[in-house]
Design a protein around this ligand. Structure first.
Ligand SMILES: Nc1ncnc2c1ncn2[C@@H]1O[C@H](COP(=O)(O)OP(=O)(O)OP(=O)(O)O)[C@@H](O)[C@H]1O
Length: 523
């Protein structure tokens, strides 16, 4: 083969090898090795200009290979600025005290001469630089060769196309990330809107609460909901369950205040037959029932200390042992707890375990009292009027601006529950096609524990088990007996459902639970 043909073959082989490289570092490495071999160089380096155009990087020198383009203590800055190749002698190299350049000089075995050649794309954009090292200070023989020119041209072309590829991948990644983000944001927005059908209110606090609920629902963290009585903590817990991936599983609600202390442990953990006197059959506990779903521990502040330690252990392992059982059981549940009591105070007083508090409040949520979000008053009124109409099959009804104004001056110690009761009563008093007027709003006496919670309703003169008015000698005892009778009757009416009975009496569940205990009323 003649010399020309050999050169042609070498050139083609080299070109094929360059074209095969599918990323920029591999391309630069292959090109520098090829230049070394083809032209007998002692070393060849490729330096890449970063996206900002401010720094040249030499990947093969790792952290030392960073050259600030505005730092003229190394020769690369001069070459970039002039845009022209130039030679740098060994003597000159010794005089340059730039640490990166000295590292490159050392790693090249201190050659007699460097040839520094800037590489630019067809559009003039600078891509980087080649640094060729040789012990002959004469470069024209190499840089004038068609093989050198051809390789440089091909390298430039491939370099540009690798950068374009990288840009495209980057763009695609950016696009995907922003689409994912948009999709997430859209999903959250849609779910918040859905939730606003049941958890009503347009105040900033309510909008924020709904979006926190959706976020909490998307995690497996334990959620602690805090807020005054009647402000909607139950609804929050339901929302978390319904928008979580456990929505098809059970939502098990336990009111720690409503279950007598002595029964709470066996209710939660379950028991075997004969575990204690009266345990005539094995009973599955609420923890086990919540498997695959959500366990909602309402009024967690009322949980006895001894049980708090046991609950903490369950939360850490999801393992528990029913009373009287030999074997531990496992239950996969997500915990939501709620309280109207300031747990911090409970911790300070020694009534609530600090470690349990932290374990429960991995995702803390706070529901603002109704009086602090007056914007929610009107939408809540319309919501409850419409619920009343649906339930009673009543005709259209509204609320006058005077009535709204009256409500806005009231503090609502019983929060939304109280507002709901006030409106239900007002709806009853308002003719169809009319608006609720201020006169039918009973604002004072509905919430107070001390007063009859049933005011405004048609109460029979006597109730089963209650006193007959004419025979009363002790008013306090009679009032209590009356209260007990009302509660007993209401519990019967709601098949023992304390939440519904409390709701219908305008009482917080906890108050009803205490009254049940006090009067020994069982459902
Ligand atoms: N934002 C709201 N939108 C619609 N209804 C609400 C809202 N907040 C509360 N309610 C209604 O008010 C009543 C009381 O709410 P809920 O039982 O959730 O309060 P709570 O904070 O759990 O009370 P407690 O501390 O007594 O357990 C319920 O009928 C509930 O549906």
């Amino acid at each position: 083969m003649g010399r020309m043909q050999t050169e042609l073959h070498t050139g083609i082989d080299m070109a094929v090898a360059l074209i095969r490289q599918d990323n920029l570092p591999a391309l630069l490495k292959t090109a520098t090795r090829q230049l070394e071999n083809a032209f007998g160089l002692t070393r060849c380096w490729a330096l890449e200009l970063d996206l900002s155009g401010r720094t040249l990087h030499c990947a093969e020198l790792a952290s030392l290979g960073e050259f600030d383009c505005s730092d003229f203590s190394h020769p690369f800055a001069h070459v970039l600025q002039s845009g022209k190749p130039r030679e740098v002698s060994r003597a000159a190299s010794y005089r340059l005290d730039h640490s990166g350049f000295q590292a490159l000089f050392e790693a090249s075995n201190r050659p007699r001469s460097f040839w520094l050649e800037p590489i630019s794309g067809e559009d003039g954009r600078t891509l980087g630089m080649l640094a060729l090292c040789r012990d002959e200070p004469e470069w024209d023989g190499i840089t004038g060769m068609p093989l050198y020119q051809g390789l440089k041209q091909l390298l430039t072309h491939q370099w540009v196309s690798q950068l374009q590829n990288r840009d495209q991948v980057w763009q695609r990644r950016l696009l995907k990330r922003s689409l994912d983000h948009l999709h997430d944001a859209e999903t959250v927005r849609r779910r918040c809107e859905q939730l606003s059908g049941s958890l009503v209110g347009g105040s900033a606090d309510m909008v924020n609460l709904r979006s926190q609920i959706i976020r909490a629902a998307g995690s497996q963290l334990s959620v602690l909901v805090q807020g005054e009585t009647g402000c909607g903590k139950d609804l929050v817990a339901k929302g978390i369950h319904e928008f979580s991936d456990r929505a098809d599983g059970p939502l098990v609600v336990v009111n720690c205040a409503a279950i007598p202390e002595t029964l709470l442990e066996s209710e939660l953990f379950g028991h075997t037959k004969g575990a204690f006197s009266g345990a005539d059959k094995t009973k599955e506990g609420l923890l086990a029932q919540a498997n695959g779903g959500t366990l909602f521990l309402d009024e967690i502040g009322d949980m006895p200390m001894a049980l708090q330690s046991k609950l903490l252990r369950v939360l850490e392992s999801r393992q528990f042992r029913p009373l009287g059982a030999q074997q531990e059981q496992h239950s996969d549940f997500r915990l939501v707890a709620a309280t109207h009591q300031p747990l911090q105070k409970g911790i300070e007083d020694g009534g609530f375990r600090r470690d349990l508090f932290y374990r429960l409040s991995q995702f803390p949520l706070r529901v603002t009292p109704l009086r602090d979000r007056p914007e929610d008053l009107e939408p809540l009124c319309r919501h409850f009027i419409s619920l009343y109409q649906q339930r009673e099959g009543a005709g259209p009804m509204g609320i006058s601006s005077h009535a709204l104004h009256t409500l806005s001056g009231y503090a609502f110690p019983g929060n939304v529950r109280e507002l709901k009761n006030i409106l239900e009563f007002a709806c009853l008093q308002t003719p169809v096609d009319d608006d609720i007027q201020p006169e039918v709003l009973r604002l004072d006496d509905l919430f107070s524990d001390q007063q009859s919670p049933i005011s405004g309703e048609a109460v029979p003169a006597t109730l089963p088990g209650g006193p007959v008015a004419g025979e009363i000698r002790d008013l306090k005892a009679a009032a209590q007996a009356f209260e007990a009778a009302v509660i007993r009757e209401r519990l019967q009416q709601y098949d023992g459902n304390r939440a519904q009975a409390a709701e219908s009496l305008g009482l917080p569940k906890r108050t009803l639970a205490h009254k049940c205990l006090k009067y020994q009323v069982a459902e």
